[in-house]
Design a protein around this ligand. Sequence first.
Ligand SMILES: Cc1cc2nc3c(=O)[nH]c(=O)nc-3n(C[C@H](O)[C@H](O)[C@H](O)COP(=O)(O)OP(=O)(O)OC[C@H]3O[C@@H](n4cnc5c(N)ncnc54)[C@H](O)[C@@H]3O)c2cc1C
Length: 479
Amino acid sequence: MMDTLVAALRSLLPGDSVITDPVRLRTYECDGLTYHRATPGVVVLPGTAEQVAQVVRLCNEHGVPFVARGSGTGLSGGALPREDGVLIVTSRMRAILEIDLANRRAVVEPGVTNLAITEAVRDRGYYYAPDPSSQQVCSIGGNVAENSGGAHCLKYGFTVNHVEACEIVTPDGDLVTLDRMDPGYDLLGAFIGSEGTLGIATRITVRLCRAPEAVTTVLAAFESIEQGGQAVSAIIGAGIVPAAIEMMDALAIEAAEAAVACSYPEGAGAVLIVELDGPAAEVERQFAQLRELCANAFELRVAAGPAERAAIWKGRKSAFAAVGRISPAYIVQDGVVPRTSLPAVLAAIDRLSAEHGIRVANVFHAGDGNLHPLVLFDDAEPGAGERAEVVSGAILDLCIEHGGSITGEHGVGVDKSRYMPKMFSADDLDTMQLVRCAFDPQGLANPGKVFPTPRLCGEVPGVRKGVHPLVESGKAEQF
Ligand SMILES: Cc1cc2nc3c(=O)[nH]c(=O)nc-3n(C[C@H](O)[C@H](O)[C@H](O)COP(=O)(O)OP(=O)(O)OC[C@H]3O[C@@H](n4cnc5c(N)ncnc54)[C@H](O)[C@@H]3O)c2cc1C
């Protein structure tokens, strides 16, 4: 089957756009979550939306699954390929097709990096607001699929708030456009965050924001994470919505220091990065309030200009990779809790860490309660990886117990599908599957992601009687 498909792909696409060489295929065997790996059956690098549609149609004809991949920075294994499938990589679709400042919109191909959009309009006083820390590399198509966030999403919202329309290739190979203005069901809303399971975005219309008149970036150093947490509550409680409030604990600071020498205040148990932006008069007033609200900080540093602002952000933006300096291996966890539960959850993470002898560095979007515990372990030590997995899973349990969620922004992918039944009832999951089946009756678009043991399209929703056929055949696991 695969041989026939590859021959058909070669007749469709230019020679260098179809990869079957086993060594080159290995480049694509995982995303940012490196402990899930699979060698794709074949990789294609289409250059146009029509080519993507033709590839998907071929997959349909042959009943072969396909997985979309942007830059492969995902942290939940969403772009993990299938050995029996086609990996459709959008990295050759990198054109910024239109910039329409009058309507504050840009139309881009899916492989364009997040930061490239801002770079294209920055000198005209505009920017694209959602800013994942991976923004130099990650693609806008991946951002749409994950509904990605970033430090500035507290004030400005996630990807879903900044995408006006998407042209998509549906799982059966049609090219259609989903537009925010369409009357009826919000299909664009359903598509954003669907992790490649409802089709492939081939052209995206994003909203552009006007650069603020003033920006003030403050680094506040506290003796403890509790003090930092109190400052966050006080700031939000005072009615200030900063563009960003990010927190790092002592271990995360140590790692950032080792990696990028960010020169954060010595001896800090936690640092807060608070960015205020907007009209100059408002920022000035909020900054005066902020000084008072951070009275328990032992040092308050204010960036004097763009270079100092970048220096403050450098430590935070490099935090995930930086822990590689202090630990041979680590798991980047992503959970979310109500802001008011942060102190209790952080204390419980501390206890878990001590109980299992596993260090945890905390970096988080404090303003919206989005935790990124970095669970550190030595993969050469027998059993350490398993203990780290236990701690990592227990952190998600804590998030659920406190009324939060198993993911704030990195998605479910393959990694967290087993936790979905902890958050949702069987009926909830069945109902979600109905949406998936409506877009993808053959179940070919990124199968095995998001949902634990997918029901087959056409099966009656409701409580399952008996063993799922996929479980019975050993192709899926029941958690
Ligand atoms: C150091 C680091 C920092 C990060 N910081 C953040 C952060 O601050 N905030 C945040 O939200 N995330 C963050 N991430 C996670 C990641 O960068 C985002 O999820 C990003 O959106 C993934 O984009 P990508 O192009 O790499 O997608 P990939 O990893 O290639 O794919 C991700 C998912 O999108 C699907 N997909 C890709 N392209 C398309 C398309 N055109 N159409 C449909 N589906 C598609 C894939 O099938 C997969 O399910 C970080 C990752 C790293 C490594």
